[in-house]
Design a binder for this molecule. Structure first.
Ligand code: GLU
Length: 333
């Protein structure tokens, strides 16, 4: 009789996780595919960020993946101490992660190398456009709003030196396609525009779309769970992954948390961080319970731990609508 392993490379584990086919017992830990949470350390995480982190953790752990944390600290918005506070908040909710936290600021050489390789392959061009010029440029009739109009795409050497004004250029991808389709666990097949997007900004900072793709691929991340405000970025990122020779990850863009007006939750909405809520007598456990109820993983009055949520979590049963955060004046316990 064929063993389970012989049938599908499926070995199962005593943890009760659903182990993806193809992962064998002797696989090195670093080869086990991973999910991730990738916050920008620009301040404390609020309930919206924390709920997305919880979902990313549930998706990854439930499917037997590793769970990685990456700090997206490339732009000037990082605040000293914020990364450590974010990690402490995730731990306070009972979320754990594998290995070291990756800081994108330590990877600048790698991003520069990838851009150099793309350039050597003829896949980039220098762009001298200002934001205003891009907005004002005439566009092809069906070009999507905000898509790069192609101004610097085919400049002669003479035109290029004319446009060189002393400001260093941005580097854009020569995309060669206008759209790309991704698979999303919650949104199904999603096709979105791909333009000649920026890989490196004029000030030399690697662009978010480049860093995210390089890091996901090189960390073994094959599952990307994040807020659904980033769904429209997925086609660009998945396309760039293929240009770099990688298989795009599987996506799950999850509903956002909104305030009473239906607007995406923000710090200005009051007591929305663990610290603020603790000052109002709402503990991290209370916040976890509240989030669990919002995900229909716990009933009112029930106190749950992250591990129990893992047993209950079923992606297909996830609510598809935004969660309205009840607000600081409500009783969260
Ligand atoms: N760093 C981004 C954010 O905090 C998330 C990027 C991603 O998950 O791809 O919104």
């Amino acid at each position: 009789m064929a063993s389970i392993g012989a049938m599908g490379g499926f070995t199962g584990r005593s943890t009760g996780f659903i182990v993806p086919p193809g992962i064998r017992q002797r696989t090195r830990v670093a080869d086990v595919p991973a999910g991730r949470y990738a916050p920008s350390p620009s301040g404390d995480l609020h309930v919206g960020n924390l709920r997305t982190a919880l979902l990313a953790w549930l998706f990854a752990r439930r499917s037997g993946r590793r769970f990685l944390i990456r700090m997206e600290d490339l732009d000037g918005r990082s605040i000293a101490g914020a990364a450590d506070r974010q990690l402490a908040d995730l731990a306070a909710l009972g979320l754990d992660w594998d290995g070291h936290v990756l800081y994108q600021s330590t990877r600048r050489d790698r991003y520069a190398q990838i851009i150099a390789e793309l350039t050597a392959a003829g896949r980039t061009f220098e762009c001298y456009c200002t934001r205003r010029e891009i907005l004002d440029a005439p566009r092809a009739p069906h070009a999507p709003e905000g898509a790069y109009p192609g101004t610097c795409l085919r400049l002669s050497e003479a035109q290029r030196s004319e446009r060189r004004t002393g400001r260093p250029p941005a580097i854009r991808l020569r995309a060669g396609v206008t759209g790309f389709t991704v698979h999303d666990e919650l949104h199904g097949s999603f096709t979105g525009p791909v333009d000649d997007f920026v890989l490196q900004r004029g000030d030399g900072t690697p662009a978010y779309n480049l860093a995210v793709v390089v890091d996901d691929a090189e960390s073994g991340i094959d599952q990307v769970v994040r807020g659904d405000d980033l769904l429209t970025s997925a086609p660009r990122q998945a396309y760039l992954a293929t240009v770099l020779g990688h298989t795009p990850p599987r996506y799950a863009h999850v509903p956002l948390v909104v305030n009473a007006e239906g607007v995406r939750l923000a710090k200005r909405d009051g007591a929305v961080t663990l610290k603020d809520l603790a000052a109002q007598g709402v503990s991290p456990v209370d916040v976890l319970n509240l989030m669990a109820r919002s995900l229909r993983l716990a009933t009112s009055g029930e106190s749950v731990a992250a591990a129990l949520l893992l047993d209950r979590f079923a992606p297909a049963a996830l609510p598809r609508e935004p969660w309205v955060f009840p607000g600081p004046r409500q009783d969260h316990r």
